[in-house]
Design a protein around this ligand. Structure first.
Ligand SMILES: [Zn+2]
Length: 264
């Protein structure tokens, strides 16, 4: 937790603000609805430990709701509208800029958010002169050997091996492995050769009901806390590299001479 004095020091050191962004949505019978938020917070926290004290950082409270229409209608899902999420993160960016900080990283844990966060970053650069970036945390690289352990990618999309393993290391008491079942894998594989497959080159507005009765898309029964800890560490290292790069990235010269007021 940081005070206003701490945050002023982050600004004076030209530091980086990090905003974990998650979701509140069903994650099968075995994971909490806060899973994406918990993973985003864990990754941001672990990455900041790695860059401190080299880079000054402000980790903001997480945005615990995301854009989750693909899980609408299932108990536990609270989706923001696209417009609300865009307005929310824009206001967060406005506060970061008003605090004197020029660099912002959204650390996102939910697959429905990246497109909107990309738009948000464009807008924040344009009208607030913020160097804003969005990192999709589950997409951060894993060591090659680890990918062999998991039915990865399309077949591990939601509440499967990756998320269950990471939650087993971050919040083990919140995971109910007794109720974990593989689901959705067959439905994804049946569509694997279709141009309209979920998660392919064509943007398909899939709904979880298309693929899974339990709400899981993947196989959480293979989840392992040790695997989760190694995944989290590898991704925290990758995120730490991104934070260092954001901190070192030259800002447009005109920003340095302009006032902090909004443009456009
Ligand atoms: Zn998730």
């Amino acid at each position: 937790m940081q005070t206003a004095v701490d945050i002023a020091a982050v600004a004076s050191r030209d530091g980086v603000a990090l905003v974990p962004v998650g979701a509140t949505e069903q994650h099968g019978p075995h994971l909490p609805v806060s899973t994406d938020t918990e993973i985003a917070v864990a990754l941001a926290t672990a990455a900041v430990e790695r860059v401190t004290p080299e880079v000054a950082t402000w980790v903001l409270p997480a945005v615990a709701f995301g854009f989750s229409p693909e899980h609408a209608g299932r108990p536990g899902t609270i989706s923001l509208s696209a417009e609300t999420l865009l307005a929310l993160v824009d206001d967060v960016g406005r506060g970061v800029a008003a605090s004197g900080i020029r660099r912002l990283v959204f650390v996102n844990g939910h697959g429905g958010n990246p497109e909107l966060l990309h738009v948000a970053c464009r807008r924040l650069r344009g009208h607030l002169s913020l160097a804003a970036f969005a990192v999709h945390a589950p997409g951060l690289p894993l060591p090659t050997g680890m990918l062999d352990d998991v039915t990865h990618g399309d077949r591990d999309a939601h509440a499967g091996h990756y998320e269950t393993s990471v939650m087993l290391t971050v919040h083990p008491a919140a995971v109910d492995l007794d109720t974990a079942r593989a689901d959705g894998v067959t439905a994804v594989e049946e569509r694997a050769n279709s141009p309209l497959r979920p998660f392919g080159a064509v943007s398909v507005p899939w709904h979880v009901d298309d693929l899974s009765s339990s709400g899981t898309i993947g196989d959480p029964t293979t989840a392992d806390a040790g695997w989760g800890a190694r995944a989290l560490a590898a991704q925290a290292n990758a995120l730490a590299e991104i934070i260092r790069a954001v901190a070192a990235d030259p800002l447009p010269p005109e920003w340095l001479h302009s006032g902090r007021g909004e443009r456009g």
